[in-house]
Ligand binder design. Structure first.
Ligand SMILES: [Zn+2]
Length: 166
């Protein structure tokens, strides 16, 4: 959602052309605020646990929708620390090794997904954000065509699997 009032001086924002795009900006030249609408970074984990990839269902998601563990970073935290923290918080698993899979723009939510493969150990225990999970053998995963699904597809290819994308 775009902002309607300047967060600095509370003037109503106006549409302006800036840097080749239409943006909301403060009409007060002294204030000069521009709502750049830059994407927010989100970390995502392809959690590998006992040879399977753990997909989780968030509270409020449709019955058959399962996805990667994702989350926002805390101030001062590295993405690698952040993804390990999210895996601990959401699944109660300990990250033993993390490696970057890639960066994926997710335009619909205006996010930049920072995807990691996380080798995790422990006993799965879901936190209150999650209602269910599935542990799926890599060869049986069918990545979705947007956002974190693109990361999952790339990771499967890096393991020599040709994913059946849906
Ligand atoms: Zn302003």
């Amino acid at each position: 959602m775009s902002e309607r009032f300047c967060p600095r001086c509370a003037s109503p924002l106006a549409q302006v052309e800036l840097g080749g795009a239409s943006r909301m900006a403060c009409p007060d030249a002294v204030c000069g605020y521009v709502h750049w609408d830059s994407p927010i970074p989100v970390v995502a984990a392809i959690v590998e646990h006992e040879g399977r990839v753990v997909l989780a269902r968030n509270r409020g998601w449709p019955e058959n929708m399962y996805g990667l563990v994702t989350g926002f970073l805390e101030r001062g935290e590295s993405p690698q620390q952040g993804v390990a923290r999210e895996v601990k918080e959401e699944l109660d698993l300990d990250a033993k090794a993390t490696s970057l899979v890639g960066l994926y723009p997710f335009e619909r939510k205006n996010e930049l997904i920072i995807a990691y493969h996380v080798e995790a150990a422990g006993v799965i225990s879901l936190n209150e954000e999650l209602v269910d999970y599935r542990a799926i053998k890599p060869a049986r995963l069918r990545p979705w065509k947007f956002g974190t699904g693109l990361a999952l597809a790339d990771w499967l290819r890096s393991r020599g699997l040709e994913p059946d994308v849906f």
